[in-house]
Write a protein that binds this ligand. Structure first.
Ligand SMILES: NC(=O)c1ccc[n+]([C@@H]2O[C@H](COP(=O)([O-])OP(=O)(O)OC[C@H]3O[C@@H](n4cnc5c(N)ncnc54)[C@H](O)[C@@H]3O)[C@@H](O)[C@H]2O)c1
Length: 260
């Protein structure tokens, strides 16, 4: 690739799978060092090993529960020590959830809010302590098109992803007001081919993965669902200094869905 992230050091949550793994691989290919964190430590280590086989010493992996304040404090310390500071944070780890306001249990609501929204608050809060000494920096929060447009059967997920959307702007304005040289933006994917999508499809009883993809693509003007790399390309742009005047935006990657 072309060294667009040469010298950058990134923490990517949820790096074991799906979008996190795709972003970690593309960031390393563009010259960045990456710390992959995940509840699934084995998966994060396997992905780091895959990256290191091609780009020696580019990746490390840490166990992380993004919903836990203690875990964030520990991971920020570990990544700081392993990479000599860092300047990119990708808050990507998340879980899906289907359920209307009547069907959703309060217990699951709190779990979704913790993993999908508290995680981003905690990540920004603790990572800034390191990032402000290693600018220019970039925070990339993975929300969803479901953080901007509601569905009757996605109450908790809608609410959590909407929180990520506006929190990203609050962080952007705070960093600007403090002259940190750190930008903060959110990415809003529509359906992307990763395990989370197929898990949600099973809850909907949507048939085989193939049938689910066909069904979902009918609602998208480009008539297909996305690939993890569609998100990774956008994240490389937001992580790089090419986007140095871009902060507080919501980048929709949705095959035209929100244009309708
Ligand atoms: N795939 C899609 O269609 C889609 C669309 C819009 C938004 N998103 C968002 O993209 C992000 C990545 O999802 P994905 O599609 O790659 O799904 P995925 O299930 O493939 O990956 C999610 C990763 O997060 C990890 N994780 C889950 N809970 C965690 C926790 N508490 N602490 C640390 N790690 C945890 C999982 O182990 C997994 O590796 C999520 O925030 C998701 O909401 C995905």
């Amino acid at each position: 690739m072309t060294g667009r992230l040469e010298g950058k050091r990134a923490v990517i949550t949820g790096g074991a799978s799906g979008l996190g793994a795709a972003m970690a691989q593309m960031f390393a290919a563009e010259g960045a060092q990456v710390a992959l964190t995940d509840l699934n430590l084995e998966g994060a280590q396997a992905m780091a090993a895959k990256i290191n086989a091609e780009f020696q010493g580019a990746a490390c992996a840490f166990a992380h529960n993004v919903a836990s304040e203690e875990s964030w404090i520990e991971v920020v310390k570990q990544a700081d020590e392993a990479m000599g500071g860092f300047n990119i944070l990708v808050n990507n780890a998340g879980i899906g959830s289907m359920g209307s306001v009547e069907d959703e249990s309060f217990k699951n609501w709190k779990k979704v809010m913790a993993v999908d929204a508290d995680s981003v608050f905690l990540g920004c809060k603790y990572a800034l302590g390191v990032m402000k000494h290693h600018g220019p920096g970039s925070i990339i929060n993975i929300s969803s098109i479901a953080g901007l447009y509601a569905a009757g059967n996605m109450s908790a997920y809608n609410a959590a992803k909407a929180a990520v959307w506006l929190l990203s702007k609050s962080v952007a304005l705070h960093c600007a007001s403090q002259n940190y040289d750190i930008r903060s933006n959110s990415i809003h994917p529509v359906f992307i081919k990763t395990p989370i999508l197929f898990d949600m499809g099973k809850v909907l009883d949507a048939g085989s993965d193939e049938e689910l993809m066909n069904k979902l693509s009918r609602g998208i003007p480009l008539r297909r669902i996305g690939e993890p790399d569609d998100i990774a390309y956008a994240a490389v742009y937001l992580a790089s200094d090419e986007s140095k005047f871009v902060t507080g935006i919501e980048l929709k990657i949705d095959g035209g869905m929100s244009a309708q």
